[in-house]
Design a protein around this ligand. Structure first.
Ligand SMILES: Nc1ncnc2c1ncn2[C@@H]1O[C@H](COP(=O)(O)OP(=O)(O)OP(=O)(O)O)[C@@H](O)[C@H]1O
Length: 889
């Protein structure tokens, strides 16, 4: 049995051999068939009899004979010119299979894939040919793409048009190509790229050689010099910094430098390859700044330029090698690389075109019109029902023909200029966004890692000079962004009109009666603030910076929003011209105060009113004026008005006590005290004003009393620590120095403003500043507004505001002014008689009885205190009468 099988194995052909024979036989046969087909196709003649044509003559011109003519006709009829590729592709594939020594067996799956690829290749190729090539019927009966190509392309064309069809077919063509041939397109393009770069490199090398050839002598000297220096440096073993080269950003690399850098870096690379070094490696270049400049001729300049271009590649390459070899921590390496790159970029002509164009935020041009403006346009259907507010139409509308900043091109050019100028000052930064506004344009720059924002801030003046603009403001922190802002004034500045700010939706939708329209922000959006939330405002700036216009705009905002029963005003105007325009409007509590003593009394009255309101609110169990008003209005509407809980009958009144009417509570208006130039007031009245202001500022928010203090003297003796501590919201117009800016805002910036209403606004509770272009309102507009209000009602002045108030208004420890501070006053005896008789020791009652001013009455009471007739003022502000009543006459 064993013998038989051994016999069989000896006589049988080995399996491997048979398979190889079969495979080779098949392939040879295939190649032969394809060769036959190709010859038939090449020698195709339309007149030969074939599949689509018949001929009477027996002579066949096709080299493949009748069969060849028939096959060629079929293939060309179906696939057009693509038919020529069919045998070529099959032969190519067959040869590949023969040469593939690893795969002895034909993989049927792969064969299927290749076959499918071939079919799709033929179909898509034929369709593309049919779509884009036209051939006469004398040459090919069924067109360049054959029947199949024409049918497919026509089918796709009606659905996808020419472009869509071409794209689809191209995609199929490429995919099928990969399927059939196994070629990777990505690799293909990589190879194409590599070859292109190799060719370009060859050209560059040749041109460099040509450029340096002319300067061979010079180069020799340079090389020798560099070598000498290197040897010296090696001997000394001094560490030298490559950053020493690149930090000198203002200097252009010279041809000597370039060669030296290359030599040094090459040497260091070789060394680092030979032995790995410990620690940070630094290479001493000791660049002789004078070297080369004497030696180089002008005609060498061209060759220098070429050399510079190659410097970038060389340096980067060397730097990379250096990084790989050294053991420097990764962070340090990155910083070095960035520094190097940045410095290379600084060389003129190198890398300049690499920076991206900044994003330009479009300037807001369309203002959203508020419902109020719309309503005013339509007119009032039922006029005169309630006190209507003055129409906004009395304000001058904004000029629609104003020039709107820079074009996108000039903004981009300016961005580049800023980058260059910053580079000149040693700051590498890129402009990433540009926000054009109505007055200024903000360029947001991304500084290179390690650049401090304060460094850019300190350059503000130099930048302004080098950019030839009036001023440049640097915004070190922009909330929510990592960039630094550089604000540059526009060439054509737009004027922000109060009408556009008050006509905005934001102003209309604000519910507070103390809504202030300040102006527009840098992007042209209206800035609306609420004085009730501030709760007091300090406005400062040099003369002519736009303070008074700003204060007028704020007052106008209130007057366009609120009726006299919502807001009452006390206007203090030491200059006697700015606010007197508002005289006789119904909102005033007292005529515009120009006398500084009256002004101090006004502040005292405010303190007394504040105390009264606090008492009322505590009796009513509410925490602020809004709560109080709500309760009072609800009670009135319910028909159950509330009696004044703190009212006491006036015993000194002519009306008997039981006949005096107990008043009901009424809604309390907000009180706004505006002091234009409170430095004058401080000078005339003295420190007392400061204390009064501080006292009001500390407590008046809940009582609905708010201060607007304006001054043109932003010095520490006017804006004192006490005032600053109590007035958290500040507004700085242009000032002359950084110190003034710090006095107002506790930070610089206001000295870089542009004047004419340009301001920095520090909103309550936020330490960051907001740049606002103040709204402009002229005298005519204010006159029109005042006239409107005058037609709507007359003011109800309260005399007590300026004439002096009860002693509640006196501050603890405050001494009444002189005018008889002893018993020498002729009215002293009369006063003592009155006090001891009535047992009431209040300044107001003495004032009323003796018909004297507040100060004199206060002095009299003080004198009585000194004489032991009355006690000192108790914690509730009242005094007891110690002396017995006078004997009856
Ligand atoms: N918002 C603004 N828009 C355009 N121009 C303005 C604006 N505000 C003020 N101006 C211009 O600036 C000039 C000076 O303004 P304003 O009188 O308000 O300054 P001021 O700071 O009050 O000066 P002073 O303290 O001397 O009264 C105005 O006449 C006006 O031309």
């Amino acid at each position: 049995m064993k013998q038989q099988s051994a016999e069989a194995s000896r006589t049988a052909i080995p399996k491997e051999l048979s398979q190889r024979l079969l495979k080779e036989g098949m392939l040879i046969l295939l190649i032969a068939v394809c060769a036959f087909l190709f010859i038939s196709l090449v020698s195709y003649d339309v007149n030969d009899p074939g599949w689509s044509t018949s001929a009477t003559h027996q002579i066949v011109n096709n080299s493949g004979g009748k069969v060849g003519a028939f096959c060629a006709d079929i293939l060309l009829s179906f696939f057009g010119y693509m038919a020529y590729l069919l045998p070529v592709l099959i032969i190519w594939r067959a040869v590949k299979i023969i040469r593939d020594k690893q795969h002895h067996l034909i993989n049927p799956l792969m064969l299927m894939l290749r076959f499918t690829g071939l079919v799709i290749f033929l179909l898509s190729g034929a369709s593309l040919t049919a779509l884009h090539f036209h051939v006469s019927q004398d040459v090919l009966l069924h067109g360049a793409g054959g029947i199949v190509g024409r049918a497919l392309s026509e089918g796709l064309y009606v659905r996808f048009n020419l472009l869509g069809t071409t794209l689809i077919l191209l995609a199929m063509f490429c995919i099928s190509c990969s399927m059939f041939s196994g070629v990777s397109w990505i690799k293909f393009f990589e190879n194409v790229g590599r070859i292109s770069f190799a060719i370009l490199g060859l050209f560059a090398k040749q041109s460099r050689q040509a450029a340096t050839y002319g300067n061979a002598k010079l180069k020799d000297r340079a090389a020798k010099h560099a070598e000498l220096k290197m040897q010296k440096a090696e001997r000394k073993r001094e560490p030298v910094m490559i950053s020493g080269v690149v930090e000198d950003v203002s200097r252009e690399p010279e041809i000597g430098d370039i060669d030296r850098i290359a030599q040094v870096v090459e040497k260091s690379t070789a060394e680092s390859k030979a032995k790995p070094k410990q620690g940070r490696e630094e290479i001493d270049l000791e660049l002789p700044l004078s070297f080369g400049t004497d030696d180089l001729d002008l005609d060498v300049e061209r060759s220098e330029k070429k050399a510079k271009t190659s410097l970038k590649d060389r340096l980067l390459r060397k730097n990379k090698t250096k990084e790989d070899s050294s053991e420097t921590p990764a962070k340090e390496k990155r910083a070095e690389k960035g520094e190097l790159k940045g410095a290379i970029k600084t060389a003129p002509g190198i890398g300049e075109d690499e920076s991206k164009a900044p994003k330009i935020t479009p300037l807001k041009t369309e203002q959203q019109i508020s419902a109020r403006t719309e309503k005013e346009k339509q007119g009032d259907l039922f006029p005169g029902e309630v006190i209507s507010l003055p129409p906004l139409s009395i304000l001058t509308p904004p000029d629609s023909n104003q020039k709107k900043g820079y074009s996108a091109e000039s903004l981009e050019a300016m961005s580049r200029l800023i980058e260059l100028k910053l580079k000149d000052f040693g700051v590498i930064a890129e402009v990433v966004e540009v926000c054009p506004g109505p007055v200024i344009t903000r360029f947001e720059i991304q500084p290179a890692p390690g650049v401090k924002a304060s460094k850019i801030s300190n350059l503000a003046r130099d930048l302004a000079r080098s950019l030839a603009v009036v001023s440049v403001r640097v915004v070190e922190v922009i909330s929510g962004k990592t960039v630094v802002g550089i604000e540059i004034p526009n060439e054509d500045r737009q004027m922000v009109r109060l009408s556009e700010v008050l006509g905005s939706k934001r102003y209309d939708e604000a519910s507070s009666p103390l809504t202030l329209g300040l102006g527009n922000d840098i992007a042209g959006e209206p800035v609306i603030a609420d004085l009730a939330k501030m709760p007091h405002l300090l406005v400062a700036g040099t003369t002519g910076s736009g303070k008074s216009v700003g204060v007028n705009a704020m007052l106008a905002s209130i007057l366009f929003k609120s009726t006299p029963d919502q807001v009452r005003l006390i206007l203090i105007d030491p200059k006697m011209l700015e606010l007197s325009i508002y005289d006789d409007i119904p909102h005033l509590l007292t005529p515009v105060v120009t006398d500084m003593k009256d002004a101090a009394n006004g502040l005292r009255w405010c303190v007394a009113e504040m105390e009264r309101r606090y008492k009322l609110m505590s009796k009513m169990g509410v925490r602020n004026i809004a709560g109080y008003n709500k309760k009072v209005v609800e009670a009135i509407e319910a028909g159950e008005p509330i009696l004044d809980p703190i009212w006491k009958p006036d015993e000194l009144s002519m009306t008997p006590v039981d006949e005096q009417v107990h008043p009901y509570l009424e809604k309390l208006p907000f009180i706004v005290v505006v002091i234009d130039e409170f430095a004058d007031m401080m000078m005339i009245v003295g420190k007392k004003v400061e204390e009064l202001i501080a006292r009001i500022a500390q407590k008046a928010r809940a009582a609905g009393i708010h201060l607007i203090l304006a001054t043109q003297r932003p010095s520490v003796d006017v804006i004192t620590g006490l005032i600053k501590a109590n007035v958290p919201t500040r507004m700085a117009f242009q000032v002359s120095s950084k110190i003034d800016s710090r006095t107002i805002l506790d930070q610089g910036g206001a000295e870089q403003l542009l004047g004419h209403g340009d301001m920095l606004y520090m909103p309550p509770g936020i330490n960051s500043l907001m740049r606002v272009h103040g709204a402009f309102v002229d005298d005519d507009e204010v006159h029109a507004l005042v006239d409107e209000w005058k037609t709507r009602g007359a003011p109800e002045y309260i005399d007590a505001v300026t004439s002096g108030v009860g002693e509640e208004g006196m501050l603890p420890g405050e001494k009444p002014e002189s005018g008889g501070d002893d018993e020498s006053d002729p009215l002293f005896d009369e006063a003592v008689a009155f006090v001891t008789e009535t047992r009431k020791a209040s300044i107001s009652s003495v004032q009323r009885k003796l018909k004297v001013g507040y100060n004199r009455a206060a002095n009299l009471v003080e004198a009585m205190e000194a004489a032991g007739i009355v006690t000192p003022m108790g914690h509730n502000g009242s005094r007891e009468v110690l002396a017995p009543p006078p004997p009856p006459r």
